[in-house]
Design a protein around this ligand. Structure first.
Ligand SMILES: *Cc1c(COP(=O)(O)O)cnc(C)c1O
Length: 423
């Protein structure tokens, strides 16, 4: 049996396997909580984008905030992907993983001067500028550094991506991007400022998008602007349509990346923009269904109102349920011949928001391992040390081979930079 939306994950016999590795055996070997990723699932997802873009000038920039572990970045760098970064820290990770700065686009509403200098020094492909204020500061920083900053303006197309309010970014009320009706004026400002070179336009309308229409609407809005800006004598070389393609967590049916990209390309062509270089910034859709979080059942606590299953993973390891009330599938790593009951799967953290799943029918006993599916994106990268909990270990599997790619964090390192008073 293959599980929907989770390539390479399968139940064979009583065991749950990810690309030829038994998850329960990995839990015994590496401990829990444990993130496990399938390298092949990541490669397949990136190849779907690349296949659709064959023959076009393009760059797939993996939005690394989804999962910024070095071995994950290394996997995408080896496939020729670039990276969409949102901080100087992420740039350092790209370089540490062997990524090419010339394929990096730098997004984010709050870039600091020091981060701009760092990115100019490294030679990033472009800055996705999100406000007029940022444009002025970038010009100053580049001028002082004796560099030219390549600039793309992130425009807010004011389309509704039809997703969760916290992950919708392309509406007027969002903090992201430059308002559509300010865009032409901002491009004029950009060409007037020293040490800047306009190279593109971009947008990013949200995350976990399951429809094609919002993308096409956003692209139309972008292409309208490209035409206006070029009519004003400012050439635009690339169009970056952002990321945001959704994945299947439960019963969502997002389009395949290949279908989405083909429809976007058709729209580029229909509007006479087929020659343009196309950038994409997928995050979740490259890694989300490639990973699971394996956790051990510590205690079962049946009660009058609810039955609680207390596991050793918590909101600090996987924040999506607590943050967005996100639904994530949960499967036992080993099927058992027990009566299934309805459980709330909760962690050890001292917050009522610390839950992983609610009202799940599971046949489980203490000591069993559970796999939280679709945990490859916005899992480990959002993990914290709340409650002084060291972060999980991570393993990459590939055709039956498992490699530790991040050691379990040592508790001592949590306070290694702290200073006692009077010493
Ligand atoms: C987060 C983000 C992405 C990736 O979004 P996904 O939903 O993970 O694909 C792309 N571009 C920008 C600017 C982002 O902030």
């Amino acid at each position: 049996m293959t599980l929907p939306g989770a390539p390479w994950l399968a139940r064979a016999g009583n065991e749950l396997w990810l690309d030829g590795c038994q998850l329960d055996a990995l839990a015994s070997k590496f401990g829990t909580p444990l993130y496990v990723y399938s390298r092949r699932a990541m490669v397949e997802s990136a190849m779907a984008y690349q296949r659709a873009l064959t023959g076009r000038a393009h760059l797939v920039c993996y939005a690394m905030k989804a999962n910024s572990t070095l071995a994950v970045l290394q996997t995408f760098a080896a496939m020729g992907c670039g990276f969409d970064i949102v901080s100087g820290g992420e740039l350092e990770r790209v370089l540490a993983a062997g990524g090419d700065a010339a394929k990096v686009v730098f997004s984010g509403v709050g870039k600091k001067r020091s981060e701009m200098r760092q990115a100019l020094e490294a030679g990033v492909a472009c800055f996705n500028v999100e406000s007029e204020g940022e444009l002025e500061v970038l010009s100053e920083v580049a001028l002082a550094a004796g560099k030219t900053a390549a600039v793309s303006l992130r425009v807010n197309p004011d389309v509704d991506a039809g997703t969760h309010p916290y992950i919708s970014t392309g509406l007027k009320g969002n903090k992201f991007g430059i308002a559509h009706d300010r865009a032409v004026a901002t491009y004029r400002r950009a060409v007037a400022l020293p040490a800047l070179q306009v190279v593109g336009i971009d947008c990013h309308i949200g995350s976990q998008i399951t429809q094609i229409e919002p993308y096409l609407d956003a692209l139309d809005r972008l292409l309208d602007l490209v035409e206006e800006v070029e009519a004003a004598g400012i050439p635009i070389h690339h169009v970056d349509v952002g990321g945001g393609l959704g994945i299947t967590y439960t019963d969502e049916a997002p389009p395949d990346a290949e279908v989405l990209v083909s429809m976007l390309l058709a729209r580029f062509d229909a509007r006479g923009h087929g020659h343009r270089k196309i950038l994409l910034e997928p995050g979740r859709s490259l890694v989300g269904n490639a990973g699971v979080l394996v956790t051990e059942v510590l205690y079962l606590k049946p009660g009058e109102a609810k039955n609680f299953c207390i596991v050793d993973a918590a909101m600090n390891d996987l924040m999506r349920p607590a943050l967005y009330e996100a639904f994530m599938r949960i499967e036992p790593c080993q099927a058992r011949d027990l009566m299934p009951l309805t459980w709330d799967i909760v962690g050890p953290v001292c917050e009522s928001g610390d839950w992983i799943g609610r009202e799940r029918r599971l046949a489980i006993a203490p000591g069993d391992r559970l796999a939280v599916l679709s945990a490859g994106a916005y899992g480990m990268s959002m993990a914290s040390n709340y409650n002084s909990r060291a972060r999980a270990a991570e393993v990459m599997v590939d055709d039956g081979h498992a490699t530790l790619i991040r050691e379990r964090e040592a508790v001592a390192s949590l306070f290694s930079g702290e200073i006692l008073l009077g010493t």
